[in-house]
Design a protein around this ligand. Structure first.
Ligand code: UFG
Length: 327
């Protein structure tokens, strides 16, 4: 297929772009490099620098693009609480521009990076796709708004669309991993501390109603996630918007993640207890049964130590090139 990958210089987008190139697809990456790295764009993909709203329509107008994988987004929960405007413009307005570009150029297929953050604080876990959507932060609210916009485009304009609701993505694949200029995600932060790039790791919140008082998340390997995108591209049906959760179905607390990182690295990583981070739900665990049943998705690297081991190998190989700034 001929594919446009927005955000293909970012962490998840670059791994997916690589998997698509390796599968023989013709890939053009669009990225404004606001958070992504030019070096992360895989060899074999064309690269166009710019905002989606500025350049995507030109790429699509060049003709015969079969599908768009839309990763480009602002994606930090904490930042979205402090600067919601960045999320409403950067996520919703940019995605509406993409939908319009697709409509005007007759581009038939969309796979969208949605998120577990659309659900907010769940009444029950594991979360299924029909669970209520009550986001607890602007990040989740903007992704949910885009999901609604996509649904209406499928009905009105015959778009074939699939939204993939990621839980906590981690790990690395073929030399591509998490190396953001400003890092806020738990696993890379803990591994940066193991590498000696930080003095300690802050545990945000020790008074949650969980077994050890820290927040619980469902971690999914970035390569398993990429495989789901390949399946979604094939499965998208004109006039239909399907949604799928992608997680491993197991929850790990912040303390458990830190302990796993200690075991994998053999390093006693120092921690500091800190207040809760605004916008963080207590527990997010996915049911991915729908993706397994309907897309034929078969996640392979589901064990947390495997995910952490891949992330650790990646970050260790980076050495001094590993960023370590905190938001
Ligand atoms: N955490 C810490 N210390 C840190 C960093 C994080 O205690 O230094 C905690 C957070 O407070 C949270 C957990 O670790 O409880 C996971 O935090 P991350 O920042 O790694 O990930 P989030 O759960 O906030 O968000 C991620 C993605 C979102 C996605 C969400 C779905 O960034 O896009 O997972 O679960 F929506």
């Amino acid at each position: 297929m001929k594919l446009l990958v927005t955000g293909g210089a970012g962490y998840v987008g670059s791994v997916c772009a690589r998997v698509m190139v390796d599968a023989g697809h013709d890939v053009t990456v669009v990225d404004n490099l606001s958070t992504g790295n030019r070096d992360a764009v895989p060899e074999g993909a064309r690269f166009v620098e710019g905002d989606v709203s500025a350049v995507a329509e030109d790429v699509l107008a060049d003709g015969d693009v079969d599908g768009v994988l839309h990763f480009a987004a602002q994606s930090l929960v904490g930042e979205s609480v402090e600067a919601p405007e960045k999320y409403w413009y950067g996520n919703v307005v940019e995605s509406l521009a993409l939908l319009e570009a697709m409509r005007r150029t007759g581009t038939p297929r969309l796979v969208f990076s949605s998120t577990a953050a659309t659900y907010g604080e769940p009444d029950a876990v594991p979360i299924v796709e029909s669970s209520p959507t009550r986001p607890t932060n602007p990040y989740g609210a903007t992704k949910l708004a885009i999901d609604h916009a996509i649904s209406s485009y499928t009905v009105a304009h015959g778009l074939a669309a699939i939204s993939l609701r990621y839980f906590n993505v981690a790990g690395a694949y073929a030399g591509a991993g998490e190396n953001r200029r400003v890092e806020t995600h738990l696993i890379p932060i803990v591994l940066q501390a193991a590498l000696g790039h930080r003095d300690s790791v802050k545990i945000f919140g020790t008074d949650y109603h969980t077994d050890d008082g820290t927040a619980v998340r469902d971690y999914i390997h970035v390569h398993d996630l990429a495989q789901a995108h390949a399946l979604a591209l094939e499965a998208a049906v004109a006039g239909r918007h399907a949604l799928y959760n992608l997680g491993s179905g197991a929850g790990f607390s912040v303390r458990q993640v830190i302990d796993t990182c200690r075991e994998v690295t053999g390093i006693d990583i120092p921690v500091v207890e800190a207040p809760r981070r605004a916008g963080d739900p207590a527990v997010l665990i996915a049911s991915s049964d729908k993706a397994i049943d309907e897309l034929g998705w078969q996640p392979v690297k589901t064990a947390l130590p495997t995910i952490v081991t891949d992330a650790w190998e990646y970050i260790r190989a980076l050495g001094d090139r590993a960023h370590s700034a905190t938001a």
